[in-house]
Design a protein around this ligand. Structure first.
Ligand SMILES: [Zn+2]
Ligand SMILES: [Zn+2]
Length: 283
């Protein structure tokens, strides 16, 4: 997506267990289209070693200070990137110093709203920004049938337009030697009903379910057939109308899908431990 650069990522005001983790670590960050914000892996203090460790989740940080802007428990990489897009909608200038941002009621409001939307999406293992449906209808294709003179079927070809069907008919007629007196029939007709095409439900992704063999969009009158093909290609069904493509699918799986804190076994704040509060970003 972008060229990664480094930024200092910092955790302040945090002590856990008998030893204190270093207050700041240097880590890799993904630049975002929004000035002032970067995406980084989520880290947490390991009180046994006094060091930081990765959680498998992702978060949004202030680029120059490394301060957390959004840290939702179990956010996938897709959630963190989406959060940046949501944070950008609030007309906040995120390039201002962290101290200024932390005192700006608008910035805090946008952070809270974003956190609420992203948190709900994580609990359901889905993106925040979704289309209302993955299904699109495409016009019925044209059909070129080859039959014996007595009407017995030999083979059929689907064509997207009448013109392409006509061209194919002329080619087939030549190849089959119809002009030389071979007794076969080539006919053009059209299917009565539109077909379905399957699109990724995430807004901003333009993936279409493709035929494995020809790399063309897969079409069928029966949606269940397309769902089966999609699941075979590692798409994931979100609900009755929506599926995520194979690229988006793994980016929207939370790191802790059950939401249980590894330290205190609670569902997190308000009853959780210091780790819950840090990972939730509510401290
Ligand atoms: Zn997608
Ligand atoms: Zn906890």
């Amino acid at each position: 997506m972008h060229t990664p650069t480094t930024t200092t990522i910092t955790e302040t005001e945090y002590a856990f267990g008998p030893r204190r983790a270093p207050r700041s670590v240097h880590g890799i960050a993904e630049p975002t289209p929004i000035p002032g914000l970067v995406v980084t892996p989520q880290i947490e203090p390991d009180y046994r070693t006094g060091q930081w460790r990765f959680t498998g989740g992702w978060c949004v940080r202030h680029a120059t200070s490394g301060v957390l802007v959004l840290a939702c428990r179990g956010a996938g990489l897709g959630h963190a990137r989406e959060a940046v897009e949501l944070l950008a909608r609030g007309w906040v200038n995120w390039t201002r110093p962290a101290e200024v941002l932390s005192a700006d009621p608008l910035a805090l409001d946008v952070q809270r709203e974003t956190s609420r939307h992203v948190g709900a999406a994580i609990r359901e293992d889905r993106p925040v920004l979704l289309h209302t449906t993955s299904w699109r209808q495409v016009p019925p294709p044209w059909l070129v049938d080859i039959t014996h003179a007595d009407g017995e079927w030999i083979e059929s070809y689907y064509c997207p337009s009448y013109d392409s069907a006509e061209r194919l008919t002329i080619e087939l007629g030549r190849d089959l030697g119809l002009l030389a007196g071979v007794r076969k029939e080539v006919t053009i007709s059209r299917l009565p009903d539109p077909l379905w095409e399957l699109h990724c439900a995430r807004r901003g992704c333009d993936s279409v379910l493709l035929d494995d063999e020809y790399e063309e969009p897969e079409h069928d009158a029966d949606r269940q057939v397309l769902v089966t093909v999609a699941e075979g290609q590692r798409w994931r069904q979100l609900d009755a109308r929506r599926l995520l493509c194979r690229t988006c699918n793994p980016l929207f799986r939370g790191a802790t899908p059950d939401g249980i804190c590894p330290e205190c076994d609670s569902q997190g704040t308000p009853n959780g431990c210091a780790l819950c509060r840090l990972v939730d970003g509510s401290d």
